[in-house]
Design a protein around this ligand. Structure first.
Ligand code: THU
Length: 150
């Protein structure tokens, strides 16, 4: 993935994080993914008083893309952290260095594995800001993912 695209995805994920609806956990997450055409889709976590109904930022972005007709994801960036340590609207340093990267949960990893690109793997970018990030392949995060082999 080109560095300029990586940085753009991180910026968009940080912006999407500002939209997070997380009144219960106060943990705000934003995600931004890019599809083969270069189009970007973003999402945030959406919590619910019935806790189990919460939707993660990654799946929000994926469901937006898929409901818009997309079927392949090249890369997805995730920016997450607690509200007290990383309030919304901070454009410079988004997540402080003492906060761990927000790795995608198991459910989101499985959902990502449904929409692999032609290359066969997705770049998962976990980031604090545009200058502080790590890229991991989905195959590394979720080996032996469930598939119907259809
Ligand atoms: N969350 C995400 O949005 N993505 C992840 O990968 C992990 C967790 C959200 C769900 C919930 O709203 C909050 O973070 C705390 O678990």
């Amino acid at each position: 993935m080109k560095e300029e695209v990586i940085k753009l995805l991180i910026e968009e994920a940080a912006k999407a994080r500002n939209m997070a609806y997380a009144p219960y956990s106060h943990y705000l997450v934003g995600a931004a993914l890019v599809v083969p055409s270069g189009r970007i889709y973003t999402g945030c976590n959406v919590e619910n008083a019935s806790y189990g109904l919460t939707n993660c930022a990654e799946r929000t972005a994926i469901f937006k893309a898929v409901s818009d007709g997309q079927r392949h994801i090249d890369a997805i960036a995730i920016v997450g952290g607690p509200m007290d340590k990383a309030p919304v609207g901070d454009r410079e340093i988004v997540i402080p260095a003492d906060v761990d990267y927000a790795y995608p949960c198991g459910a989101c990893r499985q959902v990502m594995s449904e929409f692999l690109p032609e290359s066969g793997d997705i770049d998962v970018i976990v980031a604090r800001c545009v200058t502080d990030y790590k890229i991991i392949k989905l195959s590394e995060l979720l080996p032996y993912s469930f598939s119907l082999n259809e």
